[in-house]
Design a protein. Structure first.
Length: 94
């Protein structure tokens, strides 16, 4: 396995560069449904990352390769809802 150059991986905490397609592609890559499950979800990004929900995203050359989603009461407690890493990037420190 080739080591990852973490200098080329971009990490973001905003949904500005996150598209519905990129999110659906990542979920499908790990077996979370099929593309048709996501096609009518135009508000998917906004719905998943609304108030009290925080996202942390990893991109390689603009492609979404991983994410963590955290639910919070915006006061004291937070829960990790999910961590998803594309299979090609798993076990590489993403």
């Amino acid at each position: 396995m080739t080591p990852i150059d973490h200098d080329i991986i971009r990490f973001e905490e905003t949904t500005v560069n996150l598209s519905k397609k990129a999110l659906a592609d990542l979920y499908v890559s790990v077996g979370f449904g099929k593309q048709e499950n996501y096609k009518d979800r135009d508000d998917m990004v906004e719905g998943m990352f609304g108030p009290g929900v925080f996202g942390f995203f990893a991109f390689d050359n603009g492609a979404l390769i991983g994410l963590a989603r955290v639910l919070s009461d915006d006061y004291l407690v937070a829960w990790i809802a999910e961590i998803v890493v594309h299979p090609d990037w798993q076990n590489n420190g993403i």
